[in-house]
Design a protein around this ligand. Structure first.
Ligand code: PGA
Length: 253
């Protein structure tokens, strides 16, 4: 059986010094909580140092975005070639903040996913609906569209390496409203159905679906128990090792 995935995107937080201090503590915790597959997604500037520290650890290292071309006239972008040299294992694609503030769209994400599998990275595709989508009852349609475009032309073999993170936009960040577990259960079920419709049962079940958005020590256990929740993608509550350890401890029970 696959391990429960537990990880965090640091967003634009942590200088290299802070990153190294955090990683040291997480490395120790990872030895204690072997039942989880941990992953961390630091800012680019922290990747090299963190990679060094992680060389004798099972923690998966990811980056927060990348371009689909291996090089080119794309000022401010980072290529898969550069990330490969650092030795990252995972690439987060389509976080709602990238979609909201940097016009990340499903068609570009499709190119990025294809580049990621070409480079041997695990693509972590983030999907999620806005409050309005939820209120108008089109969450399933929105997620289905995001997934179908992002995975367009991706073979079943390649798709089986993709992780999906369901992160409702209204649940993310300081103004986020934690999602109801029943809602999360239904949405995860519907995501699995989309994956089954695209790739059949076996591949669809090989693709982990993580939940993210205001995960905290108060809701982590219930969320983790829902069928089709194969991992938790934690923001603020994981940036501080005290609350992150509380979550590890809780899920362990
Ligand atoms: P949050 O962030 O846990 O701080 O809401 C989640 C995310 O953006 O992945």
């Amino acid at each position: 059986m696959n391990k429960f995935l537990l990880g965090t995107n640091w967003k634009m937080h942590k200088t290299e010094q802070e990153a190294l201090a955090y990683t040291e503590v997480l490395k120790e915790a990872a030895k204690e909580y072997e039942e989880y597959q941990f992953f961390i997604i630091p800012p680019y500037t922290d990747l090299k140092g963190v990679k060094q520290l992680l060389k004798d650890s099972t923690i998966i290292l990811g980056a927060q975005n990348m371009h689909w071309e291996s090089e080119g006239p794309y000022t401010g972008e980072i290529s898969p070639e550069m990330l490969k040299e650092i030795g990252i294992n995972l690439i987060e694609l389509g976080h709602s903040e990238r979609r909201q503030y940097y016009n990340e769209n499903d068609f570009d994400l499709n190119k990025k996913i294809k580049a990621a599998v070409r480079y041997g990275f695990i693509p972590l595709l983030c999907v999620g609906e806005y409050t309005e989508d939820k209120e108008y009852g089109v969450t399933q349609e929105v997620l289905s569209k995001q997934i179908k475009i992002a995975l367009h032309g991706v073979s079943a073999t390649d798709a089986s390496k993709v992780w999906i993170a369901y992160e409702p936009v209204w649940a993310i960040g300081v103004n986020g409203i934690p999602a109801d577990v029943n809602y999360v259960r239904q949405v995860h079920e519907s995501i699995r159905e989309v994956l089954v419709s695209l790739y059949g049962n076996e591949t669809a079940h090989a693709m982990p679906i993580l939940y993210g958005g205001s995960v905290n020590p108060g809701n982590a256990l219930e969320l983790s128990k829902q069928p089709h929740v194969d991992g938790l993608f934690v923001g603020r509550s994981a940036w501080d090792m005290i609350t992150f350890k509380q979550i590890m401890e809780l899920l362990n029970k």
